[in-house]
Design a protein around this ligand. Structure first.
Ligand code: MG
Length: 366
């Protein structure tokens, strides 16, 4: 099989509401990626996601740094292609950021082709794994722009839908307000529900230590992204200070950075994102490395879990899949399927990354 053509795209998809964390306010999700055609008539799709800006930069990286090198290659050699692209034109200006996100899209598209060619869902092509449906947690009830009473109502609604694990945002200017909001939700959902908090990098070390102390009594599943994602040392200091497990990974771009976090005892739970770390190829490497250190993986929803729902099925150290069910009917041809607090195992051949033709007509901006 040979790659014959590529076509990059940017889709701007409104989410129909306004949601916020401590870093940003979001009204649109942007999907930047590409389709890859082959002489076998199989087309793959790969994308990465932004919260509404930067997609054109990623598209330009795909078009000017990566796409040419794909023509004529056999997509089955996806791991070798990853190495060639990584050490190719993008290396001088990249290794993290938009170029790595562009490479994520390419790598996902190639694995999508490999799985479609095999006539199998991606998780089976990657060696298979647990047949059981996947345990999940929901982030969509806990936005920072919600009032405390809205947080309680949304959390209650999710419990009614069968969820047993929720995440809420923290990062208000006064840590005591965060404490009051977490207290209200913990009281409403009870002790049996797994509750996590996410600061989205908002804090410095002093604030993080103080906030963690205030939150410790609520028996949180984890504290996510408390600090700047490049500051491994401060995460280690915080981890020594607090009993709350530290989770991160959605803004970590390299296997080497994950290694340093783990090796320095600065993280307890890895949230590696297939859309940011360079694709499926390095994602599997990071997950395997975490497993060697007896650390769980709960990926970040950078792909809205279209790809991750496959990947978590093949690793032994998976715990919970994040879900943010923004749309009743989203832009994907085979949208992730949720039922009774679980993700139904995908069965369609491929990586579940194809968009509908209608989504392309309606939302394509570039
Ligand atoms: Mg997060």
């Amino acid at each position: 099989m040979k790659i014959t053509a590529t076509q990059s795209f940017v889709l701007q998809v409104p989410i129909g509401s306004t949601i916020a964390d401590s870093m940003q306010t979001v009204t649109h999700l942007e999907f930047a990626g590409l389709t890859v055609d082959t002489d076998a008539g199989i087309q793959g799709t790969g994308y990465t996601m932004t919260v509404g800006a930067g997609g054109r930069v990623i598209q330009t990286a795909i078009d000017t740094l990566l796409a040419d090198a794909l023509i004529g290659k056999d997509p089955h050699n996806v791991r070798e292609i990853w190495q060639q692209l990584y050490f190719g034109k993008a290396h001088w200006i990249g290794r993290a950021g938009a170029t790595t996100m562009a490479q994520s899209a390419v790598d996902i598209a190639l694995w999508d082709i490999v799985a479609k060619a095999a006539g199998r869902p991606l998780w089976q092509v990657l060696g298979g794994g647990r047949e059981a449906d996947i345990p999940i947690y929901n982030t969509h009830a806990g936005w920072l722009n919600y009032s405390a009473s809205q947080l309680v109502d949304e959390a209650q609604a999710l419990l009614d839908q069968g969820y047993t694990a929720l995440k809420m945002k923290v990062g208000k200017p006064d840590a005591r307000e965060d404490r009051a909001r977490v207290a209200a939700v913990r009281k409403a959902v009870g002790e049996g529900v797994l509750l996590m908090v996410d600061a989205n990098q908002k804090w410095d070390l002093m604030h993080a230590c103080a906030a963690a102390s205030l939150l410790e009594e609520f028996e949180l599943g984890w504290l996510e992204e408390p600090l700047h994602p490049d500051d491994i040392r401060s995460h280690r200091v915080l981890n020594e200070h607090t009993a709350i497990p530290i989770a991160l990974g959605e803004h970590v771009y390299t296997t080497q950075a994950f290694r340093d976090y783990i090796e320095q005892g600065a993280v307890d739970l890895i949230q590696v994102d297939v859309c940011r770390v360079g694709g499926i190829t390095p994602w599997l490497e990071v997950a395997a490395m975490a497993n060697a250190f007896n650390i769980r993986v709960c990926p970040h929803a950078g792909d809205l879990m279209q790809v991750h729902q496959h990947l978590v099925k093949v690793i032994p150290n998976h715990w919970l899949l994040e879900v943010i069910p923004i749309w009743e009917r989203g832009p994907f041809r085979h949208q992730i399927e949720l039922r009774d607090g679980k993700c139904i195992s995908p069965s369609v051949p491929g990586a579940s990354t194809d968009f509908t033709a209608e989504a392309f007509d309606r939302y394509r901006t570039s």
